[in-house]
Design a protein around this ligand. Structure first.
Ligand SMILES: [Zn+2]
Length: 351
């Protein structure tokens, strides 16, 4: 992740702080030290730090089990909204996913239980303020544990539910069902939120969106996991020359029904022209050559590139197609439409 700094490693797993997280912690301490906000004192700041430390423990528990099953953990990144364990791959075995996902919330519940025992033992010796802080710490850990057990992606509970279902059906069907359950759950939560608490509605939106995107990414990686660009690319590519006028290109686009073309100059790919590039040109300037308006910042693909990577490339750069090059020579083109069509065919086979 960009803008994050390594602070230390545990079991060889780097723990990184995102810059926004670092800024937040610093801000809390500055407010506490200079007494800018009466309710935030040094004890509050230490308490918040401790709560973040439990987020690290939550993530480390996931990582510990993941590593036991041979899954490599790239790193753990801490964001103000919580932690993210960047795993190299998802566990294929549902029983393993179940344990890895359970480990995090269980860690919070165990911390809450231990702190509760500490609270009971130390009660006679601590001041009211310290007891209050400890009590708050226990409640936060209980909530973190229980919240993560909600049966909806992207919470751990969603993964637990999927793992449970995947014992009985294919991984992808299990994901589909788990995502559906998660979304229904979010809707119920939003309705409850309308009557009781506005924050529930916000959480419900977060859950709904999370469930949907998790499902989509699993569908894509499961259905296209082994496919490469060369399997679906169009090899018979129509190209244009930089000297072609915008007017002519527009006509070609309408007659051939393609929205983008690679532009070649004496056998070399020099740019790509899309309908979007052209639509920005005023009508009285359409006698200009496309060489003037094409994009020359080329994003290309390789015949052996995995389709999942190509989708990421298309989405990240907000483009509809990529020319495919082999040893610098244009060998094909692959578009979002090609990939969507392949996906739809595969999905139909599933049901
Ligand atoms: Zn977790």
């Amino acid at each position: 992740m960009k803008y994050s700094f390594k602070i230390f490693s545990v079991f060889g797993i780097p723990i990184e702080l995102h810059i926004s997280f670092l800024a937040l912690i610093l801000l809390i301490y500055i407010i506490a030290l200079f007494n800018f906000v009466p309710s935030i004192n040094l004890l509050t700041a230490v308490l918040i730090t401790l709560i973040f430390a439990t987020v690290v423990l939550h993530e480390l528990s996931h990582s510990y089990f993941a590593r036991r099953y041979g899954i490599k953990i790239e790193r753990i990144v801490l964001l103000p909204i919580g932690g993210v364990s960047e795993m190299e791959e998802l566990p294929k075995d549902p029983a393993q996913e179940l344990r890895i996902s359970l480990a995090g919330p269980v860690a919070n519940l165990v911390i809450a239980a231990i702190s509760f025992v500490v609270l009971i033992i130390l009660r006679p010796y601590l001041s009211i303020v310290l007891l209050g802080a400890l009590y708050y710490f226990i409640v936060v850990n209980l909530l973190l544990g229980l919240f993560n057990l909600l049966p909806a992606f992207p919470m751990d509970g969603g993964r637990i539910l999927r793992a449970f279902l995947a014992e009985r059906m294919s991984f992808i069907k299990a994901t589909k069902q788990a995502a559906t359950i998660g979304k229904q759950f979010a809707i119920v939560m939003a309705i409850v939120g309308v009557f009781f608490n506005f924050i529930l509605i916000l959480i419900a939106i977060f859950v709904y969106v999370g469930a949907d995107s998790e499902y989509k990414s699993v569908v894509v990686s499961t259905l296209l996991g082994d496919d490469m660009v060369k399997d679906i690319m169009t090899t018979d590519v129509n190209t244009l020359s930089p000297e072609n006028t915008i007017e002519d290109t527009l006509r070609t686009m309408f007659s051939e029904k393609h929205m983008g073309y690679p532009v070649m100059d004496s056998g070399t790919l020099v740019g790509i022209i899309t309908f979007e590039d052209i639509s920005k040109v005023p009508e009285d300037e359409r006698d200009k050559p496309i060489g003037d308006v094409m994009s020359t910042e080329l994003i290309t693909s390789d015949p052996n590139e995995g389709l999942v990577q190509t989708i990421e490339k298309l989405n990240k750069n907000r483009i509809g197609r990529v020319p495919v090059l082999k040893d610098g020579k244009l060998v094909g083109i692959v578009s979002k439409t090609d990939i969507t069509n392949t996906l739809q065919k595969r999905e139909l086979k599933l049901d």
